[in-house]
Ligand binder design. Structure first.
Ligand code: G3H
Ligand code: 13P
Ligand code: ZN
Length: 308
């Protein structure tokens, strides 16, 4: 059945693991992810960005997820990733999602509180849970030093205040991760002290980690070997994610690693089979690559196998 994340997060918090939230855009991605979660008997969050809704259309994504529910019998949460306004959140609440993210983190604190509260009020009245964000995820251009970290990373006291003021169900915080394939210029660094403090100030409250792909070198290398050009890519080391999952982090967002797995597979297939032009020939292996990546995450990073 389609579920909210409430039970998932409660169990994940207590069990010291995290639930993977994987971005979906098309049928092969949905099928690859859901097959892996089914084999691993893992709870699962499928998330849709504004860009995904625009690409595939809301209705196609909802119907794909409905098909996945029927086919797999898994409890799955359908989540809006980075909603940037009340309106898009409302559309998704009205359109069958069980969870929405209102990302008003680019606004100042008071405005973020105000917009988030409005979404919480509407979503809760319709049985839907809400994730918000406080702090700014570092980009690759940014060299983190201590004063930078204080300016950009989430302040634990503010996080606690934000949660109390808004009534939000989970919170994405900035501790050094960032979106995309270029996360760190030098050595990877996450501010675990900050995460620990958040956990102390907000006991049993689920924290979300965005920008949590590991950008596995093997997949970048395969892209580059077969005609790609992705130099200097670097992600979050898996041991850091495992550590975060044992702390307050209950939801780990992964998109880039799926993109890399899919693209590496398609590039390899087409390079090795230049005469093939049936999309099923290269999308089939790409779907398998997604499945392999998600199974790896569930088993070796999230720790969510057999947690239904
Ligand atoms: O946070 C961003 C996700 O990776 C979704 O990316 O906006 O390109 O669909 P997108
Ligand atoms: P990655 O780019 O690290 O996969 O992060 C995805 C994400 O945070 C989606 O919201
Ligand atoms: Zn994100």
């Amino acid at each position: 059945p389609l579920v909210t994340t409430t039970e998932m997060f409660k169990k994940a918090y207590e069990g010291g693991y995290a639930v993977g939230a994987f971005n979906v855009n098309n049928m092969e991605i949905v099928q690859g992810i859901v097959d892996a979660a089914k084999e691993e008997q893992s709870p699962l969050i499928l998330q849709v960005s504004a860009g995904a809704r625009k690409y595939a259309k809301h209705i196609y994504l909802v119907k794909l997820v409905e098909a996945a529910l029927e086919d797999s019998n898994l409890p799955i949460a359908l989540h809006l990733d980075h909603g940037d306004s009340f309106e898009i959140c409302k559309d998704c609440v009205d359109g069958g999602f069980t969870s929405v993210m209102i990302d008003a983190s680019h606004h100042d604190f008071d405005e973020n509180v105000k917009i988030t509260k409005q979404v919480v009020e509407y979503a809760h009245a319709h049985g839907v849970v809400v994730e918000a964000e406080l702090g700014r995820l570092a980009g690759v251009e940014d060299d983190v030093n201590v004063s930078d970290a204080d300016a950009r990373f989430t302040d634990p006291e503010q996080a606690a205040e934000f949660v109390h003021l808004t009534g939000v169900d989970s919170l994405a915080i900035a501790i050094g991760t960032s979106h995309g394939a270029y996360k760190f210029k030098g050595n990877p660094y996450l501010d675990f002290d900050r995460l620990k403090k958040v956990g102390e100030l907000l006991p049993n409250f689920p924290i979300v980690l965005h920008g949590a792909s590991s950008v596995l070198p093997e997949f970048v290398a395969k892209c580059n070997e077969f005609g790609g050009n992705i130099p200097g890519a670097q992600g979050v080391p898996e041991e850091m994610l495992r550590k975060a999952a044992q702390m307050a982090v209950c939801k780990i967002n992964i998109d880039t690693d799926l993109r890399l797995a899919m693209t590496a597979s398609v590039r390899e297939y087409l390079a090795q089979n230049p005469s093939e032009f049936d999309p099923r020939k290269y999308l089939g292996p790409a779907r398998d690559a997604i499945k392999g990546m998600v199974a790896h995450k569930i088993k070796n990073v999230l720790g969510s196998s057999n947690k239904l």
